[in-house]
Write a protein that binds this ligand. Structure first.
Ligand SMILES: Cc1cc2nc3c(=O)[nH]c(=O)nc-3n(C[C@H](O)[C@H](O)[C@H](O)COP(=O)(O)OP(=O)(O)OC[C@H]3O[C@@H](n4cnc5c(N)ncnc54)[C@H](O)[C@@H]3O)c2cc1C
Length: 362
């Protein structure tokens, strides 16, 4: 069994398979610890799906969400308990990979492999947004892309009192995305996500978010960008003997840009599909695709609608987004109490219906 890529999707798939007694080889072209452009925010719903407790690498917790519109109007929502646990990917990914190694996975770092030549019976593509496994197996057609760009500013240059325990989200100005300021241990992470077509303007978007928070863009450290792969329903992510997990499968949430929850959900479903094949309950890995759609499509369909609503009707969408009623659903989603907004009951469904309607109107 070969796993290509040792990010959160690959390491946790390898971990779960080794735990089930499967012999796993994991290769990654990088040598760990390596970084990955990312806000590093683990929602509680993501933590609940992760097979390894990430607490040793969590450096801050967020229980305050500040939603802002066009760098002006703002609302603050306080959660009853922390909803996001902040990590740095350099540390998180090395920690998860070590956990897989300790479970018995053979890990080869600094290694690339020609997957079509590899003598492996089953191949898991976990090689991220720019990986090649998908193409090698004729998978991944129909994944579209967003782009994100981010950097760090140390506390001192920015006030910990202002940003500590807080995730600030800037809506209404960036097509297909938003800006953010996330609290970390000794710094804040400032970033922007957008449609890929915003690539040429992405630096200016990031500079604008900085200025809105009284930061000089030149104070940003470790500024990096990366693609956000977004799967459309029907895009193939499993074949006879190969399947894709995490970003390689384009499983990023279209509106939040989060992908780690999806890494852990897909690693769980991939493990089940592989065990079914190895233990003779199925003859191929193809059932994995339907399992992923069942688990993630209700959430991602709602996210596509919200993304369209925010793009087409920013001011109206903002009026709905800032309501206390919507916050009830957002909080439950972040905590993993709902797997999709459609599961929300009662009055709190009203703002969801409004956003759904706005997302459909053109
Ligand atoms: C700026 C930005 C901010 C984000 N913020 C958040 C956030 O706050 N919270 C969240 O949940 N998500 C966030 N995301 C999304 C998140 O980063 C991804 O969903 C996540 O990294 C996907 O993990 P992965 O394991 O699928 O892929 P990756 O983490 O990209 O890992 C892929 C691995 O494959 C290896 N690899 C690639 N090609 C090969 C090859 N040919 N052979 C061997 N190895 C190979 C790479 O070296 C890498 O280690 C953000 C994304 C961006 C771009």
């Amino acid at each position: 069994m070969l796993v290509v890529g040792g990010g959160p999707a690959g390491s946790t798939t390898a971990y779960r398979l080794a735990e089930a007694g499967v012999r796993v080889l994991l290769v990654d072209k990088a040598t760990f610890p390596r970084d990955k452009p990312c806000g590093g925010g683990l929602t509680v719903r993501a933590v609940r799906q992760c097979p390894v407790d990430p607490s040793p690498v969590v450096e801050a917790e967020v229980d305050l969400l500040e939603l802002r519109f066009r760098y002006g109007d703002a609302v603050e929502r306080r959660a009853a308990e922390p909803v996001i646990r902040m990590t740095q990917r350099r540390r998180l990914d090395a920690f998860l990979l070590d956990a897989a190694r300790e479970r018995g996975v053979e890990v080869r770092e600094g290694t690339t492999i020609d997957v079509t030549d590899a003598p492996a019976d089953i191949v898991i593509g976990a090689d991220g947004a720019n990986g090649t496994t998908a193409r090698a197996f004729g998978l991944g057609e129909g994944i579209v892309h967003g782009v994100a760009y981010e950097g760090n500013v140390p506390y001192g240059a920015v006030s910990k009192e202002r940003y500590g325990r807080r995730a600030v989200v800037e809506l209404g100005e960036i097509p297909g995305g938003y800006g953010w300021v996330f609290a970390k241990g000794d710094h804040v992470n400032v970033g922007v996500g957008a449609w890929q077509s915003e690539g040429p303007r992405i630096r200016e978007h990031l500079a604008r978010v900085c200025r809105a928070h009284d930061l000089d863009p030149s104070q940003l450290e470790s500024v990096r960008g990366h693609r956000l792969p977004l799967r459309r329903p029907g895009a193939r992510i499993a074949g006879e003997r190969a399947l894709l997990v995490g970003d390689a499968a384009g499983l990023i949430d279209p509106v939040s840009g989060d992908g780690m929850y999806e890494c852990f959900v897909s690693s769980k479903l991939a493990t089940a599909a592989v065990l079914d094949l190895l233990e003779g309950r199925s003859s191929s890995l193809q059932a994995y695709e339907a399992a992923v759609e069942e688990a993630l499509l209700p959430l991602h369909n709602a996210s596509w609608k919200l993304k369209q609503a925010l793009d087409r009707w920013p001011r109206l969408s903002w009026r709905v987004a800032r309501t206390q009623l919507l916050w009830r659903t957002v909080e439950r989603l972040l905590l993993g109490e709902l797997s999709a907004p459609t599961e929300q009951q009662g009055l709190a469904r009203l703002p969801l219906r409004a956003l759904d309607a706005l997302g459909r109107r053109s």
